[in-house]
Design a protein around this ligand. Structure first.
Ligand SMILES: [Zn+2]
Length: 153
């Protein structure tokens, strides 16, 4: 860290604290040469999460895309947007806590379904029909029946 006053390269850290959001560290430094004090802000570099699509290509994890899918699945279902935003954040932090940097779109789909099922059954089925790509109406009906029995999962 170069001193902004004299360009000397060594400083000592007087104080370090996290900002309220928790992702930026603020450090109060003192130059070892001229003794001027200054503040630096360090941000943790987030490793982007990659989603592996069915065709094997990768794309960056996009929480808006996931949220849009959920919004589509919950049209006219009175599910608060906040609930969906929390669901997306929950998945994102679960993946980060597992230190996963690559995840298949299918895994994400299943993670969504696990949670969505507890929130709204109709939205669950709508989302499942997109993510699981039911091959035919029979498969779709089986899933519906499973839901109605309400035992599985
Ligand atoms: Zn200096």
């Amino acid at each position: 860290m170069k001193c902004p006053f004299c360009a000397f390269r060594e400083t000592k850290v007087l104080d370090s604290r996290m900002t309220e959001s928790g992702d930026v560290v603020r450090r109060r430094r003192e130059c070892l040469s001229c003794e001027h004090r200054f503040t630096t802000y360090e941000r943790v570099e987030e490793i982007p999460l990659a989603v592996i699509k069915k065709d094997g290509t990768r794309e960056p994890f996009d929480r808006n895309k996931l949220l849009n899918g959920l919004l589509r699945a919950t049209i006219k279902r009175h599910v608060p947007r906040e609930t969906l935003e929390n669901l997306v954040s929950d998945i994102e932090s679960e993946l980060r806590n597992q230190f996963k940097y690559e995840v298949s779109s299918q895994t994400i789909g299943e993670m969504v379904l696990k949670r969505l099922r507890k929130i709204d059954k109709v939205a669950y089925v709508r989302f499942a029909s997109v993510y699981r790509e039911f091959k035919d109406i029979k498969e779709f009906t089986q899933e519906l029946n499973r839901l109605q029995k309400g035992k599985k999962g």
